[in-house]
Design a protein around this ligand. Structure first.
Ligand code: SAH
Length: 461
């Protein structure tokens, strides 16, 4: 009989694995113990902070024998700031962990065997994010600041020099804070629901250099915004758009539905896989452009288009995946639920002189059912759902449309594995898969899977 573990006791623990959230895992007898900021191969002294029936959480007191994979974290805010989880291990190790986790999810959750290609690394490890959304508030000492919420809290860890964001963002963030101080513009307080500025939200088109400054406010205006506009303009000539987003609601959701352009354009531009892309404050756009290009190239390779195919791009955002495939297809149909993103997609098609793409603003499941009923028979369906994955209704409708290939892109391999398993039950064979790292130093990882209709394969033989 194993000795019972109790809270607040210390133990020696060897870390043997990593969870999908980036917690180190070790074993004390039958118990799995999860420890933040540990590395596989570490032997550590751990203090148990929470003990449950089959597992426990611990806090690292000290490293007794460090893992070979450890490196010195190069950010002062790590690990306090909740942004990065992997600044203490080498990038090779991070890739190994991510690849293993994705594979494991397909084997353990989906119960499917797929030949995996080696994980695609991100071309940039720092400065890769083209978007920053920083809450504004006060530090414990009462100083106005912006930064990141500490993990599982709403305490802001000041950070205007995050290594993951472009270097140009820090000075803009500081300029906005300065303006708020000078004109006594209070940050929004979630508890009292008073105050004005909720978030500083910045986006950058990497290939054009254009920057969008968006300030999320509770009301309709920002005090002395004309002065802020001229200040920002003097600070950085790459700023092409300055926007207020209005979010009066008592909610955790960062953006409200309406925007007012204070100065410049309503959207900025970037080039992704050779396609000019308009980015508006509300449209989804991959945060790591160079990583996304590798991911979309892999998706295109799996789609194997010859020019005669109809491609249905579900959850299409600003249309990026479909538009990057438009030249090699006969027809592209995109579906996306956010109206502004659909407008962007249509605009993107227009400015790229792509005439064979159409976009619908609809729920993907509803649209798939409708298109199936209307007799649309795409050759390839591209799926890129949010983290929660697909609905049974959507999978049903796609199966009814009987595409010969389904290319599933996902930021959550657990739900992707679950959904692929349903396709497999419906006659699709998992042919190839590849993990792709779009989010270095964080626990997130993308994957892309190719499913082929088996009947057609038989037919082809
Ligand atoms: N394929 C795009 C976007 C992928 S992110 C790209 O690579 O850029 C997922 C997208 O699905 C987001 O744009 C989100 O707004 C959209 N979305 C979320 N729920 C949806 C639903 N029920 N129906 C259609 N689109 C949805």
């Amino acid at each position: 009989m194993q000795e019972m573990l109790t809270k607040n006791t210390t133990h020696t623990l060897t870390i043997t694995g990593m969870t999908s959230e980036g917690l180190g895992v070790g074993r004390l007898g039958q118990m799995a113990v999860f420890v933040p900021h540990a590395a596989v191969g570490d032997t550590i002294e751990v203090l148990l902070t929470k003990v449950l029936k089959n597992y426990a959480y611990g806090k690292m007191i000290r490293v007794l024998t460090p893992s070979q994979t450890r490196i010195l974290p190069d950010c002062e805010q790590f690990p306090l700031c909740g942004g990065c989880v992997y600044r203490h291990i080498s990038y090779e190790e991070e890739l190994r962990i991510k690849e293993e986790l994705v594979k494991e999810n397909f084997y353990k959750i989906g119960h499917i065997q797929i030949p995996f290609e080696p994980i695609l690394p991100s071309p940039l490890l720092d400065g890769y994010r083209n978007k920053a959304q920083l809450p504004v508030g006060y530090t414990k000492q009462g100083a106005l600041t912006c930064g990141f919420y500490q993990k599982r809290s709403h305490r802001i860890i000041p950070n205007t020099s995050c290594l993951l964001q472009p270097k140009a963002f820090g000075p803009i963030e500081r300029e906005i804070l300065l303006h708020m101080k000078e004109y006594s513009i209070p940050p929004y307080d979630e508890e009292t629901r008073k105050g004005v500025v909720r978030h500083i939200y910045l986006r950058r088109g990497e290939s054009t250099g254009e920057i969008m400054v968006c300030i999320v406010v509770t009301g309709k205006t920002l005090r002395k915004s004309d002065i802020l506009v001229s200040r920002l303009h003097a600070l950085d000539k790459n700023i092409a758009s300055i926007v207020l987003n209005h979010n009066p609601k008592n909610t955790n959701v960062i953006l409200g539905e309406e925007c007012t352009t204070l100065w410049g354009k309503d959207s900025i531009e970037d080039v992704l896989c050779g396609v000019n892309i308009q980015i508006s404050p509300l449209s989804f756009y991959q945060v790591n452009r160079q990583g996304a290009q590798k991911l979309y190239q892999k998706a295109a390779q799996y789609a194997a288009l010859t020019g005669s195919e109809t491609v249905l791009d579900l959850y299409c955002g600003a249309g990026t995946i479909g538009l990057s495939m438009a030249k090699s297809a006969k027809r592209i149909i995109g579906v996306e639920i956010i109206p502004q993103a659909v407008q962007n997609a249509q605009e993107n098609a227009r400015i790229n002189q792509i005439q064979n793409a159409q976009f619908f603003c609809e729920d993907a499941s509803g649209a798939a059912s409708r298109l199936a009923k209307e007799g649309i028979r795409p050759d390839v369906v591209v799926l890129d759902p949010p983290r929660k994955g697909l609905t049974p209704q959507l999978i049903d409708a796609v199966v009814q449309m009987a595409p010969s290939r389904v290319v599933m892109v996902s930021c959550n391999s657990a739900t992707a594995a679950r959904d692929c398993a349903v396709f497999v039950q419906n006659g699709y064979a998992p042919k190839r898969a590849c993990a792709c790292d779009l989010f270095p130093r964080t626990a997130h990882v993308e994957c892309v899977v190719l499913l082929e209709q088996e009947k057609e394969n038989l037919h082809a033989r």
